[in-house]
Design a protein around this ligand. Structure first.
Ligand SMILES: *Cc1c(COP(=O)(O)O)cnc(C)c1O
Length: 397
């Protein structure tokens, strides 16, 4: 029998996505200035980035980045355990541990790798990894890589999670959840999950990629906002590429957790440390995110303005207190059409389609930032008012 050609098979799969209106496409951004983007020679107002506090182009971040690049060069030249772990990394880890109220923190080059690393270090074959159905893709991939039994409970359904846990007595279990869900913007029921994990002796892990910087008194995130500490949430992960405006990620927790990750998290051990200049920029970002309470306040007031306006227009808002304010449209083509109509009016909002979101739940993932102004939000609302009304949810088959 003829052997299947892998590249041919891949091309067929890509063509199938095209037919289903699910093909993903790259866009080249020629220039970015705050929320403004230039693409295909046009200036667009962006509502799709994750720079929630407007720090990505802050002069202090740029200055820290340049200073360390001038002194130390660009690349870290090796993995952390060889000679890539620089003073800037150590300082950033201390700052992150202090901010999140943890004993220690450990840097990873990306959030994706941090989640793979944590799960691979903590879990073994035969263990259970319980996850919210709407968790970020890399948490799911982490459980698979670790060869653990992956069980997904319905979104935010603590009772269902409790039943699943009770059906596996005596099995070592990690329960992992997004703090703020990346495509829905809602916050996980962290207090109740923490109580469940304490009762069942399961370990709770929170991925706070979209909560850090945005929620909590000094921006320490959704876990701090829920009044939980290291004891209740022993594994806290967050990224530096969203509200902090940089790139990279970290895991924070007990000294024992961090020591173990250094030994066993392969995505930590076998990869090049992030550039020290980037760590210096992230350190500056942590300082600003903590100090500049006005950024969180401005963001919250823009969120409130958007939600009030959208409600008035009868738009299908989701239950989100965060910077992520999706409009559920259902059909992939409807979401694409809406995004295109907005772009014609100079607004860039991405249509998020399956498999990133469940089938029939395509949406516009609108994100707000402290870099936006009230009139930008009004401009967005104006454009949304001009879109064809989405079919009522009941009519979706
Ligand atoms: C963005 C994101 C990640 C991945 O982080 P990167 O640093 O971009 O790799 C992980 N988890 C969640 C919830 C995210 O939104």
């Amino acid at each position: 029998m003829a052997r299947i050609d892998l590249l041919h098979r891949l091309a067929i799969q890509t063509a199938e996505r095209e037919h289903a209106n699910l093909r993903r496409r790259l866009r080249v951004v020629e220039h970015a200035e705050g929320p403004w983007l230039e693409s295909n020679g046009r200036r667009l107002l962006g509502f799709c980035g994750n720079d929630y506090l407007g720090l990505a182009q802050h002069p202090q971040l740029i200055a820290a980045f340049k200073r360390v690049a001038d002194d130390e060069g660009v690349g870290s030249t090796s993995a952390h355990l060889i000679c890539g772990h620089r003073r800037e990394h150590a300082m950033l880890e201390d700052a992150l541990a202090e901010w999140t109220g943890r004993e220690r923190a450990l840097l990873f080059s990306t959030g994706y790798m941090a989640n793979l690393g944590v799960m691979q270090a903590l879990l073994a074959r035969g263990d259970l990894c319980m996850q919210d159905k709407l968790n970020h893709a890399c948490l799911l991939d982490g459980a698979r890589l670790a060869d653990a039994e992956l069980k997904r409970y319905p979104h935010a359904d603590v009772d269902a999670a409790a039943r699943q846990l009770a059906s596996r007595p005596g099995v070592a279990t990690l329960l992992a959840t997004d703090g703020v869900f990346s495509m829905d913007g809602d916050v996980a029921p962290l207090g109740r999950l923490a109580a469940l994990c304490a009762r069942e002796h399961a370990t709770l892990m929170v991925d706070d990629a979209h909560g850090l910087g945005v929620l909590g008194a000094d921006g320490a995130g959704s876990v701090a906002a829920a009044g939980l500490g290291q004891r209740e949430v022993p594994v806290l992960m967050a990224t530096l590429g969203k509200a902090l405006g940089c790139s990279g990620a970290f895991v924070a927790g007990s000294a024992a957790l961090i020591d173990g990750l250094v030994q066993f998290a392969r995505p930590y051990v076998y990869t090049t440390a992030m550039p020290p200049a980037l760590a210096a920029a992230a350190c500056a970002a942590v300082g600003l995110a903590r100090r500049d309470g006005w950024r969180r306040e401005k963001l919250q007031s823009l969120i409130a303005r958007f939600r009030a306006g959208a409600a008035q227009l009868g738009l299908p808002l989701m239950n989100s207190p965060s910077a992520i304010q999706p409009l559920l449209l259902g059909d992939a083509q409807a979401a694409l059409d809406a995004a295109q109509a907005l772009e014609q009016r100079g607004l860039l909002v991405t249509a998020i389609r399956p498999p990133t979101v469940p089938s029939g739940q395509a949406r516009l993932r609108i994100t707000l930032s402290a870099a936006h102004e009230e009139e930008y939000v009004d401009q967005l609302l104006d454009a949304l008012a001009g879109l064809p009304k989405p079919a009522p949810a009941g009519s979706l088959v």
